[in-house]
Design a protein around this ligand. Sequence first.
Ligand code: 6PG
Length: 241
Amino acid sequence: MSSIIRPSILNNNQSQLSRWHGYASTSLLELATVNLILDAAQHAISARNAFHLVLAGGTTPRHVYELLRTQKTDWHFWHIYYGDERCLPVNDTERNSQMAAQSWLNYINIPADQVHIIPAEQGAESAAQAYAITLNKIAMFDLVLLGLGEDGHTASLFPGHDWGTATDASPTLPVNNAPKPPPQRVSLSARRLSQTLQLVFLVTGSSKQQAVSNWKNGKNIPAAAIKPACGVDIFLEDSLQ
Ligand code: 6PG
């Protein structure tokens, strides 16, 4: 992986710096992702005694999270955030925080107060305000993981909705009428997701082919609006290239 640079985020007009990494199988992509996460953690912990990681939701990262269960690292230095959350009851298995807990976080001794769950059960507006306060405590993430939807969405930033790209955009956005159920969500804004030292998209499955093609062809999709100055790394299966 390229060396980490201390970035400010790009302005809206500049194009996204994207690096595409093809893998022959989903398993190889997942193993590469685990290694990248552990490498980022080691650098961050060595430098700042803390590793601030933003998790992707959906189903793509599940096996990566499962593989992390047994990794050797000091979880006491890890701080977990979520790129978005679905407005569902706290223990609803469809919540991104529940997927991460059931696949990984319930199996490691990370301090509970270092897992920063979006209180989406409060409803989109209230939870977005509350999580913005939580995010005030961290200026720059060390690593952000994101998925890609079939329509080019990422986190809960959907086509036709506000993506929060302005330099003064709020760090969190309430989302209503999301095209991917549930309709109510909370998302970190494109601006806030871009405040990171590293950012990796994980893209698997033939259903993402059109979104990848649109992205590569310069279509204005939400995923292309994520513009950390360090650029973005996109891990995808060779079959999607
Ligand atoms: C969500 C996610 C969303 C997801 C993509 C890809 O709440 O659904 O945050 O952005 O990452 O829709 O989902 P899959 O990984 O399930 O394909």
